[in-house]
Ligand binder design. Structure first.
Ligand code: SAM
Length: 367
């Protein structure tokens, strides 16, 4: 047996109980020790925090408390939760900054709680986490790749098979609800000046194009998505008064070339669902479909790459791993794949909320 590798000095020190005890009292280190301890405890308790969030949403408390403040007894009676247990839940929600005590022994939402009630798609997102929870129940086995995650079944289209319209409606609704924030942030980050015709590939039920239509009245648009999904966009475009400007093309980007005619293509939350092989093929098809000078806009949550971030690397990376085929890629990885497809002028515009989406743009060079 070879010699055991020594634990680096300062890490070894921090791991020692005696040092922790001393450092927790010593004036120059006690703040650091407390901060580190709290951060570690927060990680340890994170799954309870998430379940408090889930319980609030399942019991519809954010919507109730958005309307008016309520007493614990009223909330208990309305939800079928015994009063003493409702009190535990309310205290937990107060501790997490979602609920506050209001006058007359009532409870109200904080600003964060109001955002939970009002941000489109957030509650649906939380509710569908029951699946991901089950998938992560044995995390070591999950990371070893020894489990069969359920989440893959929730998003059946990624495997390229036929999609049941009922199932498609469920996931399209979840996507459409959460699309509004993504659309806002994407449109803030990129300019469509000079674009004549935008094709949104994997555009779902049209939430992104409906937002684009509102701010770009002269733009022609095409929505391309699977036959079980794309036709649903009709209703949204009719409601948004832009049906005359949008062509809806049902099809699969796995099956043949993409339709041409657009001078810009957007891929919003599409790449991270798919394997490198599928993404390579899709980017090549985007390149082929665009004219010289055409633009590509990619918007989705991304990994931080060499500098991992909480949203991309401690959430979306696990989510896409559970889906089985997807992958949270960094902006640099996506840019490299775009270059390999022939695109140039790769840009990384700043996004307002990188935990919602990040953007990479590219151009098919005008030779
Ligand atoms: C995660 S959703 C994103 C939808 C929308 N862009 C958004 O951000 O809300 C991915 C979309 O890609 C579509 N999609 C998946 N595979 C596809 C394929 N092979 N051809 C066309 N669209 C596909 C799905 O139907 C779905 O609408």
């Amino acid at each position: 047996m070879g010699p055991t590798r020594a634990v680096p000095f300062h890490r070894g020190l921090f791991a020692r109980r005696g040092f922790q005890k001393w450092a927790a009292r010593f004036p120059l280190t006690r703040r650091l020790v407390r901060r580190e301890g709290e951060a570690l405890f927060d990680l340890l308790a994170g799954f309870c925090h998430a379940q408090v969030l889930m319980a609030l949403v399942q019991l519809d408390l954010p919507a109730r408390l958005l309307r008016r403040s309520e007493s614990a007894a009223t909330l208990a009676a309305a939800t079928g939760v015994p009063p003493d247990r409702m009190q535990v839940l309310l205290n937990a929600a107060i501790a997490l900054g979602l609920i506050r005590r209001a006058r007359g022994r009532r409870y109200a939402l904080t600003r964060r709680g109001a955002a939970l009630a009002g941000v489109p798609g957030l509650q649906q997102m939380i509710l569908h986490h029951d699946v991901l929870y089950r998938d992560l129940a044995d995390p070591a086995a999950f990371f070893r790749g020894e489990t069969t995650p359920e989440l893959a079944g929730f998003w059946p289209y990624v495997f390229g098979g036929a999609v049941d319209p009922q199932v498609a409606a469920t996931y399209s609704d979840l996507m459409a609800q959460s699309q509004l924030l993504v659309a806002d942030d994407t449109l803030d980050a990129v300019t469509l000046r000079g674009v004549r015709h935008l094709m949104d590939v994997g555009g779902g039920t049209g939430a992104f194009l409906a937002e684009v239509a509102a701010s770009h009245p002269a733009l022609e648009m095409t929505l391309f998505d699977l036959p079980a999904v794309a036709p649903q966009a009709r209703y949204r475009f009719a409601g948004a008064g832009c049906a005359g400007r949008v062509r809806i093309l049902p099809g699969s980007f796995r099956d043949g070339p993409l339709p041409d005619g657009a001078d810009a293509i957007s891929l919003v939350r599409v790449l991270y669902d798919h394997s490198d092989e599928t993404v390579t093929d899709l980017l090549a098809k985007c390149f082929a479909a665009l004219p010289a000078g055409g633009r590509l806009i990619i918007s989705e949550p991304m990994s931080g790459g060499a500098r991992p971030n909480r949203a991309g690397d401690a959430y979306f990376a696990l989510y896409t791993l559970a889906m089985g085929t997807g992958k949270a890629r960094s902006a640099d990885e996506i840019a490299a794949m775009c270059r390999a497809a022939g695109f140039t002028d790769l840009r990384f515009p700043r996004c307002r909320r990188p935990f919602v989406t990040r953007v990479v743009t590219a151009v098919k060079e005008d030779r």
